[in-house]
Design a protein around this ligand. Structure first.
Ligand code: PBG
Length: 326
């Protein structure tokens, strides 16, 4: 049957009908809000390239999470700004560092009504800004695993529900899983940044987390953007090593990877709409070139439609607020 019997526009005629045939829906349940925790108290330092986002001290982060829970957002992911950086990123695995203190405060305040995820990586904590141990200008893989596992166990000890390694070292999921189990944290889940690409879209984050590499770039460990089959292999390995959730990052420019992953794997699938995706929408909207709310929601629904179960997004609060208004 074709035109004029088949008229596709009938099902688009009114908003009510469009609601009935909608294939993909967004809910605050879909979102995970990234947050940056800093030392001190009463600190709320705006991040220039990420309007509405701040480096927060633990007390301020707790306040913001009250709003997060109130909006129906189930989870936050924490990044840390340490007091001091050094070659081995020792504050990454200090029980007194901002992330560990924030996890304890959040779990104490919100219990199981807030799922606390922690980013496990060295780049915020090393003075050279790379995601692992550096020797002669190279990031060493196996030596880095030890530090990542120490960091993950320290987060688990503080009470993290999920640890999320974002370093892209080989074998880290299995290594961290073993160390967590050994330390008595077999209930702590691992969200693997499984297919993480070496992306220009991380620019604003590196300002927010003060984690830009001091020499070179991350192309020798993060993935080359043109590669899709390799992304599936990364995800397969992380599944085999025991990941509980697989992530694709960034999200918007990699929707094909998300779709392929959804078709290939049955594990929950996360997508990270990264800082540069957020900032480009914010900047164009500020200039009046696009409609902020409309483009925000379209970018999020596209990520869900491609196959993501959950989205790490700096829009989490704004989008949840809009969804709440129905
Ligand atoms: C740490 C990490 C990065 C992001 C998340 N975890 C930065 C990077 O790899 O350089 C980027 C997140 C964003 O841009 O929003 N390795």
């Amino acid at each position: 049957m074709g035109f004029p019997e088949r008229r596709m526009r009938r099902m688009r005629r009114t908003d009510t009908i469009r609601r009935m045939v909608r294939e993909t829906r967004l809910s605050p349940d879909d979102f995970i809000l990234p947050m940056f925790v800093a030392p001190g108290s009463g600190v709320r330092k705006p991040i220039g390239s990420m309007p509405g986002h701040f480096q927060l001290s633990v007390d301020e982060a707790v306040k913001d999470c009250g709003e997060v829970v109130g909006l129906g957002i189930p989870a936050v992911i924490l990044f840390g700004i340490p007091e001091r950086k050094d070659p081995l990123g020792t504050e990454a695995y200090s029980d007194k560092a901002p992330v560990q203190r924030a996890v304890r405060a959040l779990k104490k305040t919100f219990g199981d009504s807030l799922c606390v995820v922690t980013d496990v990586c060295m780049c915020e904590y090393t003075d050279h800004g790379h995601c692992g141990v550096v020797e002669k200008g190279e990031v060493l893989n196996d030596e880095t695993l030890e530090l990542l596992a120490k960091e993950a166990v320290s987060h688990a000890r503080a009470g993290a529900d999920i640890v999320a390694p974002s370093d892209m070292m080989d074998g880290r999921i299995g290594f961290i899983r073993d160390e967590l189990d050994e330390a008595g944290f077999d209930h702590v889940a691992i969200m693997a940044y499984a297919a993480k690409f070496a992306s220009g879209f991380y620019g604003p984050f590196r300002e927010a987390a003060e984690s830009a590499p001091k020499f070179g770039d991350r192309r020798a460990y993060q993935m080359d953007p043109p590669n899709a089959r390799e992304a599936l292999m990364e995800m397969l390995l992380d599944e085999e090593e025991g990941a509980d959730i697989l992530m694709v990052k960034p999200a918007g420019p990699y929707l094909d990877i998300l779709r392929a992953a959804r078709d290939e794997f049955d594990l929950p699938l996360a997508a990270y709409q990264v800082s540069g995706e957020f900032a480009t929408i914010k900047a164009a909207a500020e200039r009046g070139w696009i409609d902020h709310d409309r483009v925000m929601m379209e970018s999020l629904v596209g990520i869900r439609r491609a196959g993501a179960d959950m989205i790490l997004t700096y829009f989490a609060k704004e989008a949840a607020r809009l969804l709440g208004k129905g």
